[in-house]
Write a protein that binds this ligand. Structure first.
Ligand code: GLU
Length: 416
């Protein structure tokens, strides 16, 4: 019987890999292996029916040695304490990899937003915000979107925090609508960052992006934007999926048409001219680039040996288990790990925060140029580390990201 992989155990195994490679001081290791603060909140929400449902939520602050805590908030029925803890760890390393002055945090609420009305989601968001407000703030902890939360959710968070503070504080949260101080390019930033990583990885292994075949699992914010950018770069998108299932067409799928279709029907499944496939089949397709952009633990010990892609770009957080990592590496699959591949989102979050603090607004071209610069330089550091130490890209990214955090802790010392 195979037990479901626990994301927190996976995050700990990754920390162990980094600690060994970095020959980390055991005192620092101890400080990093648990989050600095774990908050659980019970959030009562009056539903449209008049009934009250109390949802369980979390905000986990892993480490702030390099700057304020930073990380998204996820609404999903499968949210758990261990999942949010792992996601908070990954935020700390991610901000280290792209070298932005933030620590790592994550939030989550166990709920099914697909079954909630807009006003129910607004009440949940505002009440949850009010309950974590004492722990958040522009110099303390800055939330952002994640799975099933978006710019509108961030607008409610910003407004609630501002009402409690007494004045408008746009810099308390990122991923806001542009009309409320959000950054140009934030919505598509994670997808663009992933596409840039795919292009760098293709370069590294000598793959021509023109007509390179791509399969994408997950067609939410990350997957759909990555598809649009990769198609622009000349790739052929041969498969897409969402929580209801997948579609496949060897001739290529137009991602914009798929997006329109999903907006109309709620899913990519059923799109004309495509065969239906399952999410599991998508991962094992013959293709050049595989982009898991949904949830954790989809590439496991069980299916990793059947992954045929030459490059895996992790748009999602934690899609590959440590056991699967070993199999992919020995099969010479080039993996761009999550803490690098999906760091475009938090990078533009950082740009948004800087713009808000300076009461400034950059145009889209400037945001994209700065993002590209950050992503390419992060990719280079990770790739060079992997070559230098003869290790896989995940271990290299961990060495870079965890290494920067450990260095900061060492320099800070412990007070008192
Ligand atoms: N939720 C995103 C992530 O996992 C973005 C976090 C942020 O912008 O703070 O990286």
């Amino acid at each position: 019987m195979t037990t479901k992989p626990n994301p927190f155990q996976n995050a700990l195994k990754q920390l162990d890999i980094a600690a060994e490679l970095l020959k980390m001081d055991p005192d620092i290791y101890q400080m990093l292996k648990e989050p600095k603060r774990v908050v659980t909140v019970a959030v009562p929400v009056r539903m449209d029916s008049g009934e009250v449902i109390t949802y369980l939520g979390y905000r986990i602050q892993h480490n702030d040695a390099r700057g304020p805590y930073k990380g998204g908030i996820r609404y999903h029925p499968d949210v758990s304490l261990d999942e949010v803890k792992a996601l908070a760890f990954w935020m700390t390393w991610k901000c280290g990899v792209v070298d932005i002055p933030f620590g790592g945090a994550k939030g989550g609420v166990i709920c099914n937003p697909k079954e909630m009305s807009r006003s129910e989601k607004e009440r949940l968001t505002r009440r949850y915000t009010s309950m974590i407000a004492p722990l958040m703030g522009p110099y303390i902890d800055i939330p952002a979107p994640d799975v099933y939360t978006d710019a509108q959710t961030m607008a409610w968070i910003m407004d609630t925090y501002s009402q409690l503070t007494g004045y408008r504080v746009p810099e308390c949260v990122t991923g806001k609508p542009v009309s409320l101080g959000g950054s140009e390019g934030r919505a598509e930033a994670t997808g663009l960052g992933a596409a840039i990583c795919a292009s760098e990885a293709a370069n590294a292994i000598g793959l021509n992006l023109k007509d390179a075949t791509v399969a994408i699992q997950g067609f939410g914010n990350v997957g759909s934007n990555a598809a649009l950018f990769l198609a622009e770069m000349g790739c052929k998108i041969i498969a897409l999926s969402d929580s209801r299932g997948g579609i496949f067409s060897p001739k290529g799928i137009n991602p914009l048409a798929a997006l329109r279709y999903k907006e109309k029907t709620g899913s990519v499944v059923g799109m004309a001219g495509c065969d239906e496939i399952t999410n599991e089949e998508l991962l094992e397709l013959e293709c050049d680039i595989l982009l898991p952009a949904a949830l954790e633990n989809v590439i496991t010990q069980e299916n990793a040996s059947r992954v045929k892609a030459r490059i895996v770009v992790e748009g999602a957080n934690g899609p590959t288990t440590p056991e699967a990592d070993k199999i992919l590496y020995s099969n010479k699959v080039f993996v761009v790990p999550d803490i690098l591949a999906n760091a475009g989102g938090v990078t533009v979050s950082y740009f948004e925060w800087v713009q808000n603090l300076n009461r400034d607004h950059w145009n889209l071209a400037e945001v994209k140029r700065k993002l590209e610069e950050k992503m390419i330089s992060a990719f280079k550091s990770v790739y060079e580390t992997s070559v230098k130490y003869n290790i896989d890209m995940r271990a290299a990214a961990l060495m870079v990201g965890v290494g920067r955090v450990a260095e900061a802790i060492k320099t800070l010392g412990i007070w008192p």
